[in-house]
Write a protein that binds this ligand. Structure first.
Ligand code: OXD
Length: 312
């Protein structure tokens, strides 16, 4: 039998992964943190979500690290991460589609005043709200990787003037694109809804701060499905409380689960989701990961590989 696959996550026990992996790859040596990793020299593939720093470095014969999330900041934060072992992310069409749905849902929720109409119904009030036509509601997407691209193109297809901002230049059908720090203020000044789907890197940590919020037009709405650490929480609260921002839909938080005492839970202009904008469907994800495991075992390059120097 080939080397062992280790499931390294404390969030779930790995039973479901063991089942789908066995279906995809046949008999496997599948180990979990919960059951004990055994002789770690046998481990050649690690499926990891927020591993303890140093743990991956202790697996001497590791050939592949699979991030059990689309983001890889949880791995790159480990300064003992073994050099030279390729890292790949979980990525499939379903996950990308779910992320776009989240952005589109909250865009429409804000754009079509869903909360106000729900309140009017509760008060039995027949009260058409002042409206803004879709053609005059520009939406900006920060981060144009697979998720940002899919989101931006779908928003553009719905008729929203759509802008995209990324680190390097990108061209997308129906989307006006900007790149680099210098163009950020111009991009932001045009976004009445801002969707953040940037990766978390040294450059993007804390990027959504008071300067960025001030650069948005008054009444803008924030949708954050990137990382909690992109946002400076106090600056977001100040921008909401001053009326500069109309509201925020947040799926991700600097500390997860969001502590029960955190003010975001109670804020009338914030909606909190438990990092559930996209959830991994094991059937499709396992097929993608299994193909990567087989490729690496044949000595071929893995797909969805992470560039450590860029941080995503
Ligand atoms: C993530 C995920 O990386 O949920 O945030 O996949």
């Amino acid at each position: 039998m080939a080397g062992a696959i280790a499931y390294i996550s404390r969030d779930t026990d790995g039973v479901a992964w063991r089942r789908v992996f066995t279906e995809a790859l046949g008999p496997i040596d599948f180990r979990t943190i919960a059951d004990g990793l055994g002789n770690t020299d046998d481990i050649e593939i690690a499926l990891a979500w927020k591993p303890k720093p140093g743990l991956l470095a202790s697996l001497k014969n590791l050939k592949l690290i699979v991030s059990l999330g689309m983001g890889v900041d949880h791995l790159l934060a480990d300064d003992r991460l073994p050099h030279g072992v390729p890292i790949v992310r979980i990525m499939d069409e379903g996950l990308v589609g779910q992320m776009s749905e989240y952005a589109i849902f909250w865009t429409l929720w804000h754009h079509r005043d869903i909360a106000k109409y729900a309140a009017s119904q509760r008060a039995r009030q027949w009260k058409p709200e002042e409206f803004v036509d879709t053609l005059h509601r520009p939406v900006g997407v920060m981060g144009l990787g697979s998720i940002g691209q899919d989101t931006a193109v779908k928003l553009a297809m719905l008729g929203f003037p759509t802008l995209g901002w990324s680190r390097t230049a990108k061209t997308l059908p129906g989307v006006e694109t900007f790149h680099g720090r210098d163009s950020l203020p111009t991009f932001l000044s045009r976004c009445s809804i801002l969707v953040n789907v940037l990766p978390l890197t040294r450059e993007t940590r804390g990027l959504l701060d008071k300067t960025l919020f001030a650069a948005l037009p008054r009444g803008a709405f924030l949708i954050n499905m990137g990382r909690g650490a992109h946002v400076v929480d106090d600056d977001l609260l100040a921008a909401l409380d001053s009326g500069h921002l109309a509201g925020a839909a947040l799926d991700v938080f600097d500390t997860e689960p969001l502590p029960t005492t955190h003010v975001f839970w109670f804020h009338p202009q914030i909606t909190v989701w438990p990092h559930a904008a996209a959830q991994t469907d094991l059937r499709s994800a396992a097929a993608v990961v299994a193909a990567n495991v087989e490729a690496v075992r044949r000595g071929e390059p893995a797909a969805h590989r992470v560039d450590r120097s860029r941080g995503y």
